[in-house]
Design a protein around this ligand. Structure first.
Ligand code: 26Q
Length: 765
């Protein structure tokens, strides 16, 4: 893109004057942010939208976009130009680090959607996102006395200069008890330096009727306010659950609102082009991002029948348009709805679901094994599998578990539906943007084609030894930068020459942050008791949000914060250990952390983590994995060689057998120091006025199904491998491992993933 510095500065000044009455000298950060972003939008947006051909739609309740400004500038090729233009007027892009993240997602599934949109635009694949424009994104987290506190996330506090409201495309969404207006707001998705602009369309809810002044004057104002409130409430807030299901009716309304608005919008456009809706599959395909948007299936049936198709015809179209991605094997995260509640709120949609159930029966599928509705519960995953053309898992091991276990019956009946597409991450945000010096180092050795063809990193292999010194220096600088940020935001000092051992992800028992926490106490007591004499200086870093209603997850946060306080205030270990749990871990924090880590902790119980995607981000930045053979870790090992990772713990095959005779108490009795660490949950070492830590203890030792996730079972092996890793750190061999990880990361580009979707599933291009 040709950049005219003078024009850009003039445009920025014009916007400052017209919208804020300020100028470049007097503008505050918010004003400058808006003016710069809008000036860029004017340069970057094409005059006409992209044209013909089949398009894919990614339906997702979550898009965890993060901050737009830096990645948009990078992709438009304007990052350096805008930086220098601002510099010449005494300003800096760094000021925009204060800008809020768009956190319209919880974790992996939402971030994956964001990476896929960016990669699709970069790969010139016609894919648009459809989601909800939550008024408040994922809550902001602080710690008070070590407990998590949540606050609303007003992510548009400074406006949203990267979005365009499109009032003319508004549609009406009908529930049994009320109608709602859905108004779209479009976020352009810029491909990396290729001129492609795809779209993310996010819907907001508004009252249908414009404000009625007469009724208001007749003193019914209160009632109107109430009605408007109910309606707009649909998009108020993102549900902060990750991998657990809570059957909230408002969530049902959110989901229907999203899919009904999106499908009406799409059908309207197809009709305007005079396309025959019986052939919709020639023009459109829909990816269902987990069970959350699966109501799209009965909604499409309903809409097509309204257009004159019979059920059989509509079903045929739907079964060629829809595909379904599963992101979890946990039963509690698969959406289910109470049939009565659903038929109350969405009677016509429910009727379509009933017809799908009838079709399933008339197709001769055994009612005992195959059902969409059973005991008055609607199983959205089953509906998705029955109707979709393809069903995919997100890593090889995960897809195998789906086929053998979770959906074994469906796989038996429809083997051709099941495919794997291993997740990926966009190398633009997760290397070029977050680690520019490393990117430059790579450029200097192999050029820049790897930016859009990550497999080319392989060409670095012969350069590994020659890059070690520069790699070390860059990693060190990234650690200094992170340490300064943590000092400023958490008030804790981390010496950059410490090993940075990092676990960042949502807080969930299956992810086993508790295993990591207990290992820290174990090392700490070992040092204090004089049993561990040499321990390399290590900083243990955590970042995680717990769902506000997830009691044990919150207890684990409290536990780790108490461990941090104990360790960090103990002079005796100050030169060997630090522990920090950063507050409000989000995409922007991740960008700073991922490039500064020495160890990537991926320690879920085998079989539980569908893929993981931070594992890929760390790998791409030259970090070894300390992990189990779970999710994409398996493929990371295959790509980099298992000898370059630190693998421990029970395998999926072993887990089931272990659980049959498992007794966590026996393990404690066999390891006094582990016992001491576990007993800190109940022995008064830490304040526990709410009894949270005691509950954690019970979940590990005394509950029925105690230690469900084999924390204690895997403990000894974890310690063994972690000690080996800490011992290896700093050697030539270890640095080689880091670089082998980086050069082997090619497979984990989201570019590869979206191309696989386009070929195996969407039949695009
Ligand atoms: C469901 C019903 C009601 C309320 C909430 C939910 C809900 C919300 C979010 C269920 C699941 C999620 C999110 C799941 C998720 O993020 N899964 C992760 O997806 C990643 C991308 O595929 C994988 O890498 C992770 O392994 C997986 O945990």
């Amino acid at each position: 893109m040709k950049f005219d510095k003078k024009k850009f500065t003039e445009e920025t000044e014009r916007i400052l004057r017209a919208e804020f009455g300020s100028d470049l000298r007097s503008a505050d950060t918010r004003e400058l942010y808006n003016a710069v972003s809008k000036a860029v939008m004017r340069i970057a947006l094409p005059a006409a939208p992209s044209g013909e051909g089949k398009r894919g739609a990614y339906f997702s309740a979550e898009f965890l976009m993060g901050r737009a400004i830096f990645s948009n500038l990078l992709n438009l090729g304007l990052l350096e130009d805008v930086q220098s233009a601002l510099k010449s007027v005494g300003e800096s892009l760094n000021r925009f680090e204060e800008v809020e993240d768009a956190a319209l997602g919880n974790g992996g599934l939402g971030r994956l959607a964001a990476c896929y949109l960016e990669s699709a635009a970069t790969m010139d694949i016609p894919l648009d996102g459809y989601g909800i424009r939550y008024r408040y994104g994922l809550f902001k987290q602080t710690f008070v006395d070590g407990y998590q506190h949540e606050e609303g996330d007003d992510w548009t506090r400074w406006g949203d200069p990267w979005s365009i409201p499109v009032e003319r495309d508004a549609v009406i969404v009908e529930f049994a008890d009320r109608k709602v207006k859905a108004v779209p707001c479009d976020m352009p998705i810029f491909g990396y330096r290729n001129g492609v602009v795809n779209n993310l369309r996010l819907w907001s809810s508004e009252p249908v009727k414009p404000f009625d002044f007469n009724t208001f004057n007749e003193m019914k104002g209160e009632r109107i306010a109430q009605e408007n409130y109910d309606v707009t409430k649909i998009c108020d807030v993102l549900y902060p659950n990750d991998n657990t299901m809570v059957g909230k009716m408002l969530r049902l309304r959110q989901q229907y609102f999203l899919v009904s608005a999106s499908l009406q919008d799409i059908l309207r456009k197809e009709k305007a082009k005079e396309h025959d809706l019986r052939e919709l599959y020639r023009y459109r395909c829909f990816q269902l991002n987990d069970t959350h948007p699966v109501l799209a299936i009965p909604e499409l049936l309903r809409l097509l029948e309204r257009e004159g198709l019979c059920f059989e015809e509509a079903f045929e179209v739907a079964s060629k348009c829809f595909n379904f991605t599963n992101h979890t094997i946990m039963a509690e995260a698969l959406e289910k709805w109470d049939a009565l509640a659903l038929s109350d709120i969405l009677p016509d949609v429910y009727k379509e679901i009933v017809r799908c159930q009838q079709k399933l029966e008339s197709d001769g599928l055994d009612r005992g094994q195959f059902y969409i509705i059973r005991d008055n519960v609607v199983h959205m995953a089953n509906l998705a599998i029955f109707v979709s053309k393809k069903v995919n898992g997100v890593a090889e091991i995960h897809t195998e578990i789906l086929k053998k276990d979770t959906f074994a019956n469906w796989y038996g009946a429809f083997p051709e539906k099941f495919v794997n597409v291993t997740n990926g991450v966009t190398p633009r945000r997760w290397l070029l943007l977050n680690n520019p010096k490393m990117a430059k180092l790579i450029d200097s050795r192999i050029g820049t084609e790897w930016h859009t063809d990550l497999g080319q990193l392989e060409a670095l292999r012969p350069h590994i030894d020659g890059m070690r010194a520069s790699f070390r220096k860059i990693k060190r600088e990234n650690k200094e930068r992170l340490a300064a940020y943590i000092k400023a935001h958490e008030g804790i000092e981390l010496p950059p020459d410490f090993i940075f051992d990092v676990q960042v992800k949502r807080l969930h028992e299956y992810k086993r942050q508790l295993l990591n926490a207990l290992s820290i106490l174990y090392f700490y007591f070992g040092i204090k008791e004089g049993e561990i004499n040499s321990f390399p200086p290590t900083a243990f870093l955590f970042g995680a949000k717990a769902a506000p209603g997830y009691y044990n997850a919150k207890a684990i946060i409290k536990f780790i914060n108490e461990i941090a306080r104990l360790v960090n205030s103990d002079e005796e270990v100050a030169d060997r250990m630090k522990v920090v749990f950063v507050q409000n871990y989000n995409v922007s924090y991740a960008e700073k952390i991922v490039c500064a880590a020495d160890i990537s902790e991926q320690i879920s119980m085998a079989g539980m983590e569908a893929s993981g995607t931070s594992n890929m981000k760390f790998m791409l930045n030259g970090t070894v994995t300390l992990g189990t053979l779970d999710g994409a870790n398996v493929e990371i090992c295959r790509e980099a060689g298992e000898e370059n990772e630190y693998i421990f713990g029970a395998t999926v095959e072993e887990v089931a057998a272990i659980k049959r005779f498992y007794c966590p108490r026996e393990i404690l009795e066999g390891d006094p120091r582990l016992k001491r660490a576990v007993r800190t949950l109940i022995d008064g070492t830490f304040p526990d006025e709410k009894g949270m830590l005691r509950k954690l203890y019970e979940s590990l030792i005394t509950d029925y199904d105690a230690d469900r996730y084999l924390v204690l079972y895997d403990f000894a092996d974890y310690i063994r491998v972690k000690q080996q890793l800490l011992h290896d750190y700093g050697t030539k061999e270890f640095e080689r491992k880091c670089l082998v990880n980086l050069v082997s990361a090619g497979k984990f580009s989201a570019d590869r993933s979206v191309k696989e979707y386009a070929q195996k599933i969407w039949d695009l291009q």
